[in-house]
Design a protein around this ligand. Structure first.
Ligand code: ATP
Length: 238
């Protein structure tokens, strides 16, 4: 089986600083894959490169059998790769529904868009209840739901989530994690970047540990959860 996403020897630099130093990994359709690692390891840089916001210095990214590392961000969204960015980037003064519609800006199928809005409200009822309110009035966790809902509005084949649990209460975090599980059960393929290694590895099929721009360790979520070095470095154990 060919992978849905194939990253090969990817390098990305900010000027002279190389933030991603030759990483390779792949994602099969239907899998949840997580990248974990400390601040500055290069996780966000990797996602931004996959979605075409940064250009790699070398290496390749293949999505659905096609090279995408030279494509524009909007072309990549249109191919089915969506990105819910770190810090959520919602538009605070626009309503919740307007924010969701932004996620569908490349679509013309009005009936499908409306069906997907209803689907977002099924997934996150609070968004439906408050759809006419300014998005800035939502709590942090609710804004995270909105960011995920907006990414889903492009009907992605692969959904990339950058630190969805950041700054959330344990209850909100659980809600987000159970939504990820729900999406996966519906067949969505997900690339999840998380600082919360415990939560991410618990639901991931595959995990990769990033350290200063490289993948230092890979395995199934369960293997990494039980790995002694991972437990010490990322799960707060002595
Ligand atoms: P975090 O969880 O803190 O976002 P991360 O693993 O996602 O960490 P990146 O944000 O990808 O890490 O950062 C990787 C490296 O690239 C860091 O050393 C960071 O300082 C550097 N970096 C990130 N963005 C820029 C930028 N715009 N210009 C210069 N250096 C940058």
């Amino acid at each position: 089986m060919t992978a849905l996403l194939e990253v090969e020897d990817l390098r990305v630099a900010y000027g002279k600083i190389e933030a991603v130093k030759g990483i390779s990994f792949s994602i099969e359709e239907g899998q949840v894959v997580t990248l974990i690692g400390t601040n500055g390891a290069g996780k966000t840089t990797t996602l931004r490169t996959l979605s075409g916001l940064l250009k790699p210095t070398s290496g390749s990214v293949t999505f659905k059998g096609e090279r995408i590392d030279g494509k524009q961000a909007h072309e990549i969204v249109q191919m089915g790769l969506a990105h819910s960015p770190e810090g959520r980037r919602i538009f605070a003064r626009m309503t919740i529904e307007e924010n969701l519609l932004l996620g569908a800006f490349l679509r013309r199928d009005q009936a499908g868009i409306q069906a997907d809005i209803r689907h977002a409200y099924d997934l996150f009822p609070i968004l439906g209840e408050r759809r006419k309110q300014a998005a800035g009035t939502l709590s942090g966790g609710e804004q995270q739901m909105l960011a995920m809902g907006r990414a889903l509005m492009s009907q992605p084949k692969l959904l990339m989530l950058d630190e969805p649990s950041m700054g959330l209460s344990p209850i909100m975090m659980q809600k987000i994690m159970s939504t990820i599980t729900e999406l996966r059960q519906g067949g969505m393929t997900i690339l999840l970047v998380e600082q919360n290694a415990q939560a991410a590895l618990s639901l991931a099929d595959q995990g990769h540990v990033m350290e200063v721009g490289r993948i230092s360790l890979s395995g199934t979520g369960a293997d990494l959860l039980h790995d002694e070095s991972v437990r010490k470095a990322y799960l707060g154990e002595d």
